[in-house]
Write a protein that binds this ligand. Structure first.
Ligand code: NAG
Ligand code: NAG
Ligand code: NAG
Ligand code: NAG
Length: 334
């Protein structure tokens, strides 16, 4: 009993909505969120403007400008983007750091985005620390068992919490039969993944493995851009944020002029095909491995994934080629 009890407790709290019907879940969820209804902006008014780096103070501009204009780029094929100071009065909606919200399109009622604060329940803060430490100490590009487990935890917590329209979208993509994230194919037999809470290891054989592709990020910023993807909504989870409120690192959805303030332990679901991006952050230095910052993970599938997967199944392209294919094809909208 002693061993089983904390496990069951952990399970029932993290995956607490598992037995509810989607309708009941959505009603419960909506009662916890503020609702905003917005109209999509005409192309000339999309704000912040596409293909710009956004900064929110002169200090942040000074930190990044030289690097973004002249520094080495991670991928030399990409265009450089100009910097732009955010003009707050041009925003249509500003979601505060402690506000959980759902944003719907005025004309269609469709969900534009969903923001859920305190995603990991407070008593399990140590799991957040464990994820944060794993992301920060990670050196490899490969998805190992630990990394795949973290994504499985994220997906299992998220899929029962996010609005049914969002989970349905991603689940329909998974129903095409595409492989799940799985360390060397060993996890799928029993949907096995492992999480750490206060030095204890908990192995789960419940729920599902994660969608096939995800990203870990530390101090991530990206100019305003959009992507095409094989499912409409993507998810991110900020697991740690030590930046002050005025130190940038906020998320924007430009099609509607929305700023979602960055905060620790926040889940965001949004439509990847809309213009979006993250403002530059006030780090100690642009290469600092200490100081204040932001850490998290995302579930975003490259648009080419289904096609590459089909090739992989039919023609047996090898793993190296698969990886190369996945890395290409970003920024295809430019
Ligand atoms: C900010 O936007 C408002 C509203 O569009 C405009 O009136 C104002 O001039 C802008 N401020 C700057 C500094 O561009
Ligand atoms: C995140 O992980 C780093 C590295 O292990 C650690 O220094 C930092 O204190 C952690 N922060 C939180 C909130 O867990
Ligand atoms: C899956 O679970 C069954 C039953 O507990 C066990 O016999 C089997 O070895 C497990 N498979 C893997 C790959 O862990
Ligand atoms: C990002 O910020 C965090 C502080 O949260 C810091 O510990 C980490 O080393 C930084 N990462 C990089 C790659 O600079």
């Amino acid at each position: 009993m002693a061993l089983i009890a904390p496990f069951l407790l952990l399970y029932s709290i993290l995956f607490k909505n598992s037995n509810l019907s989607p309708k009941v879940r959505d009603l419960q969820l909506l009662s916890k969120l503020s609702t905003h209804t917005l109209s999509t902006l005409p192309p000339s008014d999309i704000y912040p403007p596409p293909n710009h780096w956004i900064y929110e103070s002169e200090e942040i501009r000074a930190l990044w400008e030289y690097h973004l204009k002249h520094g080495k780029q991670p991928d030399a094929r990409l265009k450089r983007h100009p910097l732009r100071l955010l003009n707050e009065s041009k925003l249509k909606l500003d979601i505060a750091g402690d506000e959980s919200a759902i944003i719907q399109d005025q004309a269609t009622g469709e969900i534009v985005a969903m923001v859920y604060r305190n995603f990991m329940p407070g008593q399990y803060h140590s799991i957040l620390e464990w994820i944060n430490a794993t992301i920060l100490t990670e050196e490899q590009q490969e998805i190992g068992y630990l990394e795949s487990s973290i994504f499985a935890l994220f997906w299992n917590m998220a899929r029962k919490l996010i609005h049914g329209d969002i989970s349905k979208d991603i689940e329909e993509f998974l129903e095409t039969g595409i492989a799940r994230m799985d360390n060397k194919g060993k996890q799928k037999a029993n949907n096995t993944y492992t999480i750490q809470h206060e030095q204890e290891i908990y192995e789960f054989n419940q729920g599902e493995l994660a969608p096939p592709v995800g990203f870990f990020a530390s101090n991530y910023s990206r100019a305003i851009h959009k992507e095409t993807a094989p499912h409409k909504y993507s998810l991110f989870w900020t697991t740690e944020r030590s930046l002050e409120a005025n130190q940038g690192g906020n998320f924007f959805i430009s099609d509607y002029g929305i700023r979602i303030r960055g905060a620790e332990n926040t889940l965001v679901a949004w439509q990847t095909r809309m213009f979006h991006g993250t403002s530059l952050a006030r780090l100690d230095s642009i290469e600092s491995y200490t100081g204040k910052g932001q850490v998290g993970l995302s579930i975003v599938s490259p648009n080419r994934l289904p096609k590459i997967w089909e090739q992989y199944m039919n023609e047996g392209i090898d793993e190296e080629e698969l990886k190369r294919e996945l890395e290409e094809g970003e920024e295809e909208w430019e």
